[in-house]
Design a binder for this molecule. Structure first.
Ligand code: FES
Length: 83
């Protein structure tokens, strides 16, 4: 993913997703949200790539939708919603 070095990727997240960054997003495998965000910023743009790099979604898959949402927000240009 190309990002402007001056841009903070966290600014692309809606407020609901831009908090609890140090908390586990994937509780099955104890992967904190910030690790998933970093993986996306560093080029993991699919759930499969996130799984490979961080093990998030590799439990029973209950965090998959949240990971998809992070990918959507961080990879889509100018998408910022309040969901
Ligand atoms: S919380 Fe991530 S797979 Fe269950």
């Amino acid at each position: 993913m190309k990002t402007d070095p001056a841009e903070n990727p966290l600014d692309r997240l809606p407020p609901l997703l831009n908090r609890d960054l140090d908390q586990n997003l994937c509780v099955c495998n104890e992967v904190v949200k910030m690790d998933i965000i970093n993986a996306i910023v560093n080029g993991a743009t699919t759930v499969a790539e996130i799984k490979k790099r961080t093990y998030a979604t590799d439990g029973i898959g209950c965090c998959t939708r949240q990971v998809e949402r992070l990918i959507e927000c961080l990879c889509s240009p100018d998408v910022k919603t309040n969901t």
